[in-house]
Ligand binder design. Structure first.
Ligand SMILES: [Ca+2]
Ligand SMILES: [Ca+2]
Ligand SMILES: [Ca+2]
Length: 348
């Protein structure tokens, strides 16, 4: 059953930074979850998965590290905020992204267990705050499928002078189109963002530099898109109801889960009749029931993984770093593309 995130009315956030001080508590809680250390962080994020909605997931993670669990050391209080600078999402945090800078901050969690040159707790903050909320179509079957599982397999790594944030959007099933045609176990979709360091936002500050939404990736009907420069203004944001700060929103097509940056882009795509794309909850009593913030797990890097097998995020038998089809924890054949390629292939 989908745990719907209570998203109040998809408020478009127009202006820059208005970060409410109280919202910070939620943010910090989330972040501290991440700060708990690489391993626990990852599982913290995912265990949330079992329990509840993404935002809760953040908080859930927080419990592991919360209350000074951050290495058990006093003297560092994680601060995390998101805001919009014009049309560009920015992340502000006092946790440095580089282990060298982090080592100079008393009490900060600086482990880099996946050895990619980024503080693991910072990677978790990024996944927590920059992963998108999914706004589903009113005909999306997973909303009423009590057996449905969803979860994000995440990787954060330096690539070509920027930081890439890979989020494999995992669904236990692709329900197919045209009455179940092309349905299969496991659905591995993704979005990817590239970040640039933004020192004005603190030692871990970052701003969105590019975003990619995958839609039928690698097929003849591939409608994936890269947003960069002025096109970043086409992305959609909501006020996260738990954090009261902006969060990215994307729109998966009904039952196939191709991911679009806006309803207009989704519904502007027509392939062939009956295979066209529908996005967004139209004519429903409560749109909040169709907002989904998936729990996440940071799987580290291929050479130094935090997680390999994906039971922790609800997909037993599936693998993060093996070149095998993703079956959404259900097994079978004719499933979806390997998670590994969703984490390693740059769309930029
Ligand atoms: Ca790292
Ligand atoms: Ca990493
Ligand atoms: Ca799909």
């Amino acid at each position: 059953m989908v745990r719907a995130l209570a998203v109040s009315a998809l408020l478009l956030v127009g202006c820059s930074d208005d970060a409410p001080p109280t919202g910070g508590a939620g943010g910090a809680g989330a972040g501290e979850g991440g700060a708990g250390g690489s391993q626990s962080t990852s599982s913290g994020g995912s265990s949330v998965g079992a329990g509840g909605v993404g935002v809760a997931s953040a908080g859930g993670g927080g419990t592991s590290a919360g209350g000074g669990g951050v290495g058990g050391e006093a003297g560092f209080t994680l601060e995390v905020h998101t805001s919009l600078d014009g049309a560009v999402l920015v992340l502000e945090t006092n946790l440095p992204s580089s282990p060298e800078a982090c080592a100079l901050v008393n009490g900060a969690p600086c482990a880099d267990a996946d050895q990619d040159g980024l503080v693991d707790a910072w990677e978790d903050v990024v996944l927590d705050r920059l992963r998108p909320t999914l706004v589903l179509d009113e005909e999306e079957q997973l909303v009423s499928d009590a057996t449905a599982m969803t979860g994000i397999v995440g990787r954060v790594a330096p690539v070509d002078g920027r930081v890439h944030v890979y989020t494999m959007l995992g669904y236990s099933k692709d329900y197919g189109s045209c009455g179940g045609f092309t349905s299969h176990n496991g659905d591995s979709e993704r979005v990817v963002v590239a970040l640039e360091h933004d020192p004005a936002r603190g030692p871990g500050g970052a701003r969105l530099s590019a975003a990619y939404t995958a839609a039928h990736e690698g097929t003849i009907t591939d409608h994936g898109r890269v947003f960069e420069g002025a096109d970043l203004a086409e992305l959609s944001y909501e006020v996260d109801p738990a954090l009261l700060e902006p969060r990215w929103v994307v729109f998966p097509s009904a039952n196939k889960h191709a991911t679009y940056a806006s309803i207009a882009i989704c519904e502007g795509i027509s392939v062939v009749p009956c295979f066209d794309e529908d996005c967004g909850p139209d004519r429903v009593a409560d749109p909040d029931d169709f907002a989904l913030l998936m729990p996440f797990v940071n799987v580290g890097e291929e050479s130094f993984p935090f997680v390999t097998e994906l039971t922790v995020i609800g997909f037993p038998g599936d693998q993060a770093w093996v070149d095998q089809d993703f079956c959404g924890g259900l097994g079978g054949s004719g499933c979806s593309s390997a998670v590994r390629e969703k984490l390693l292939v740059s769309p930029f």
